[in-house]
Design a protein around this ligand. Structure first.
Ligand SMILES: NC(=O)c1ccc[n+]([C@@H]2O[C@H](COP(=O)([O-])OP(=O)(O)OC[C@H]3O[C@@H](n4cnc5c(N)ncnc54)[C@H](O)[C@@H]3O)[C@@H](O)[C@H]2O)c1
Length: 338
């Protein structure tokens, strides 16, 4: 395939960001933008001279559309992936792959049956620092792995309307750190998560949390923590640390520019303000990898089965956060919680 025609479904925050990246990838054309609000679709479609529509079936019935990017709110992911798979389209879907394990299972089945490519948007796996940590772990540079620490803090909560359907703090946001925990150290056996409403009191009425900490025990015996918060006074704060018998790898918040200003008040440097700035390169890498894999008939990653296991972990953490229980992760969703 020499050229990839992509339709975007969902013209919101991340949809707009992805569309701008797609415009920079050679041989990729955004041919249609679909949103339940025609105005949002039309605004995003205009610079690409793409068709704007509110109709998903219209997009999926178009044989000129080779692939779809699904960037709608989370509750629609699973059914849209199923429909797109049945229509034979290659699929890129934002995280989380679904809002329940049952619907994630349906996604896995639909993608397998249709034999289409399906990549899930865990962009940190495409960030150069995360890839380097993974390479060093696989090369044995840390020896036996003993610990993980993930920190994910947003500068300010997203809109309440978004949070209400997001699946909760650990499913929407903690899932990135939990996915990194799996990416680096493998599956988690047991977890406990606690948290509170400290920054945004309006969340309490909807049973939502803005701050949480999860403790993890990996199948390997290693231990770890994931700390998540929806508000900081100092900007976006994403960190990851892996501890091994031979040392420690630490992904700090990168400075945005390689410039430091030294003055009487101390040292100043600019930091990324949000996910778009911090993971700009990662988003570009994941979308380029998707497009190139589809055009060349190569496999994509992470696929829906892998993403379902990160969802299992995130749902388990969310359940623990809401109930105070200690969860056996590998059984979660298969027994009492099914
Ligand atoms: N990987 C990341 O770092 C990252 C960052 C932000 C968001 N996300 C994920 O992306 C998804 C979207 O998040 P967002 O912040 O862009 O949300 P958003 O609310 O800003 O945008 C969603 C868009 O989808 C449209 N929409 C809703 N239902 C639709 C339907 N049935 N068909 C077509 N369009 C529909 C809405 O009108 C809206 O324009 C979420 O699942 C979120 O978890 C991922």
């Amino acid at each position: 395939m020499r050229r990839l025609n992509i339709a975007l479904i969902g013209a919101g925050r991340i949809g707009r960001s992805h569309a701008n990246i797609l415009a920079t990838i050679p041989n990729v054309i955004v041919t249609a933008v679909c949103d339940s609000t025609l105005e949002a679709a039309a605004t995003l479609a205009r610079p690409f001279a793409a068709r704007a529509t509110v109709s998903v079936p219209e997009v999926l019935a178009d044989p000129a559309v080779h692939a779809v990017l699904i960037t709608t709110p989370t509750p629609m992911h699973a059914s849209l992936v199923e429909e797109a798979a049945r229509a034979g389209k290659a699929i890129f879907v934002e995280k989380p792959v679904a809002d329940s394990l049952q619907s994630a299972d349906r996604v896995v089945r639909a993608v397998q049956e249709a034999g289409v490519a399906c990549q899930v948007g865990f962009q940190r796996r495409y960030d150069p620092a995360y890839q380097e940590v993974k390479r060093k772990i696989d090369a044995g540079e840390l020896g036996r792995l003993e610990g993980f620490r993930g920190v994910g803090r947003d500068p300010a909560p997203p809109p309440l309307e978004f949070l209400k359907t997001s699946g909760g703090l650990m499913v929407d946001m903690g899932i990135h750190d939990l996915d990194s925990a799996r990416f680096f150290l493998g599956e988690v056996a047991e977890l406990y998560c606690t948290g509170g409403v400290l920054a945004a009191p309006e969340l309490e009425e909807y049973g939502l949390f803005d701050t949480a900490v999860a403790t993890l025990k990996f199948v390997s015996g290693a231990v770890g923590t994931v700390e998540v918060a929806l508000r900081t006074a100092y900007g976006y704060d994403i960190r990851a640390e892996v501890l091994g018998e031979k040392g420690r790898l630490h992904i700090e918040m990168d400075s945005r520019f390689h410039l430091r200003q030294y003055g009487a008040q101390g040292v100043r440097y600019d930091r990324p303000a949000n996910f778009e700035q911090r993971f700009q390169e990662a988003y570009a890498n994941e979308l380029r990898a998707f497009a190139e894999a589809v055009m060349n008939g190569h496999p994509v990653a992470p696929g829906p089965e892998d993403a379902r296991e990160s969802l299992r972990l995130a749902l388990a953490a969310q359940y623990s956060l809401e109930t105070g229980s200690i969860i056996k992760v590998q059984q979660f969703g298969k027994e009492v919680h099914a």
